[in-house]
Design a binder for this molecule. Structure first.
Ligand SMILES: Cc1cc2nc3c(=O)[nH]c(=O)nc-3n(C[C@H](O)[C@H](O)[C@H](O)COP(=O)(O)OP(=O)(O)OC[C@H]3O[C@@H](n4cnc5c(N)ncnc54)[C@H](O)[C@@H]3O)c2cc1C
Length: 443
């Protein structure tokens, strides 16, 4: 029987539904029963009632750029795509905050803030592609998380559809609010398991006006690993400290875009500062002092065009590697800044055949197993568990930004404190007693 829902577009064509089985991770979900695009609170209320009655799950989906298999079906499901959800992005200059519907793009949110001379820092490398709702549900964070934190640190209030079929607002549009535990935070990084986010209000700050962007090539790649800590000790906080290991750099140089072919060094870092005064010589001298002999080949971007081109290379690295190694598995473990060198020693000891790039400044490392497609599934599972355990044993986590979804659920359950897993499950049962919101993900 065709699936009808008021104020909604419903997709049931199996050929179209097939594309909803994937996000940008390596996992494949089930074929959903339908994709629905609701446009009103009435549609959402009816959706919850129909899910309860027909035993269907509601799987929220934004732009589908997730890397954990969170927005794909697991069991009989409706994919709920909020792309038609109404609402506009509004900036409150006096209140230094911005409200937007989940259907907004993160690019639109960041540009609206910029247009008002303000800054919304969360900057996943997919910021030009992903949805605002998806960025909230995954607690997205990118190169500047080391300085500015992740999405969670900017959220003031969240509107969410809950199991009673109503949209509730959690939190208020103000930084200073302390009336009990902050339930709004429960939705940030929840990957859709507690309810469906329909919008949010986030905090803004005045936009930085100066940048210092530096290329830091090193002759021995191990020399990079201690540098984030050197800068921290010198009281310097880059707004980004990205890196490419020798293998990734060699791939980029051999097969990447024109600009990448001239990248110097055995390994390379891309650093950026956005402090007031950072464009002056005195600031650069402080950076050079803090980096010591490793800074001998430091190059500063000469203009905005060059800065953009350098960032473009960093932004395409993930999709570039995926094009060259379509079956690669890309992980995003994280370790405390002081344990980065120990992590790489451990990776060598475990003989995990991986290449890495990512966010050196905050210890969030993209470990890519390029040969995953040619590795026996059991051997691959072992390699991944060894990798996750190494990160956790060093005081880190199995994900720094992509989340758990379907892809890392088993590892998350195996490596987490059982008390905390049970606490999450109790919360899920309390908020979603029939288990309609994205079951089978995370917990
Ligand atoms: C090239 C590339 C680079 C990336 N770089 C980064 C990076 O630097 N940092 C980073 O954090 N991530 C990164 N990602 C991962 C991804 O882009 C982010 O997680 C992004 O925030 C997901 O947004 P989305 O709209 O695509 O969400 P989707 O993929 O559609 O969904 C992601 C999860 O959120 C849930 N969800 C979506 N919308 C809602 C909603 N309205 N209510 C409740 N739950 C919802 C889904 O059910 C799913 O569990 C990258 C991905 C790619 C492809």
């Amino acid at each position: 029987m065709p699936f009808h829902l008021p104020d909604s577009t419903v997709i049931e064509d199996p050929d179209l539904l097939a594309s909803y089985r994937r996000d940008e991770s390596h996992v494949e979900g089930d074929l959903p029963r339908a994709v629905v695009r609701p446009r009103s609170p009435r549609a959402l209320k009816e959706l919850v009632a129909r899910a309860e009655k027909d035993g269907l799950c509601l799987v929220p989906r934004g732009a589908g750029t997730g890397k954990a298999g969170g927005c794909v079906a697991s069991g009989p499901s409706l994919i709920v795509d909020l792309c038609d959800w109404p609402g506009a992005i509004t900036v409150d200059r006096a209140g230094l905050c911005l409200s937007a519907p989940a259907s907004a793009s993160l690019k639109g949110v960041k540009e609206a803030a910029r247009g008002a001379g303000l800054f919304y820092p969360p900057d996943p490398n997919s910021w030009q592609l992903c949805g605002f709702g998806g960025s909230l549900a995954t607690n997205a964070g990118g190169p500047n998380a080391g300085k500015y934190g992740m999405t969670r640190h900017w959220v003031l209030s969240v509107d969410a559809l809950m199991a009673d079929g109503e949209i509730h607002t959690f939190g208020i549009a103000s930084v200073k609010a302390n009336a009990g535990p902050a339930l709004a935070q429960l939705f940030i990084g929840s990957e859709g398991i507690f309810g469906l986010i329909t919008g949010a209000t986030v905090r803004l700050i005045p936009a930085p006006t100066e940048y210092l962007t530096l290329l830091l090539p090193v002759p021995r790649w191990e020399d990079l690993l201690g540098l984030p800590a050197c800068l921290a000790k010198a009281g310097l906080q880059p707004s980004a400290f990205e890196f490419f290991d020798p293998a990734v750099l060699a791939e980029l140089r051999a097969h990447g875009p024109e600009e990448a072919r001239r990248l110097p060094g055995e390994a390379l870092a891309l650093l950026e500062f956005d402090d007031a005064g950072c464009a002056g010589d005195a600031f650069l001298d402080r950076v050079v002092d803090a980096l010591g002999p490793s800074a001998s080949h430091l190059q500063a971007a000469t203009d905005e065009g060059q800065r953009e081109r350098l960032w473009a290379i960093r932004r395409i690295t993930s999709s570039f590697l995926k094009e060259r190694h379509p079956k690669k598995v890309s992980e995003d473990i994280t370790v405390p800044r002081a344990r980065i060198a120990d992590f790489f020693t451990g990776l060598d000891r475990l003989k995990i055949p991986a290449v890495t790039y990512g966010h050196l400044g905050d210890g969030n490392l993209h470990v890519n197993l390029l040969a995953a497609g040619d590795t026996a599934p059991e051997a691959l599972d072992h390699q991944l568990m060894d990798l996750f355990r190494l990160a956790v044993d060093l005081g880190g986590a199995l994900s720094g930004e992509h989340g758990i979804g379907l892809a890392k659920r088993d590892a998350f359950l195996a490596l987490s404190d059982p008390f905390q897993v049970e606490a999450l499950r109790k919360l899920k049962r309390a908020l979603d007693p029939s288990g309609i919101f994205n079951p089978g993900k995370v917990i």
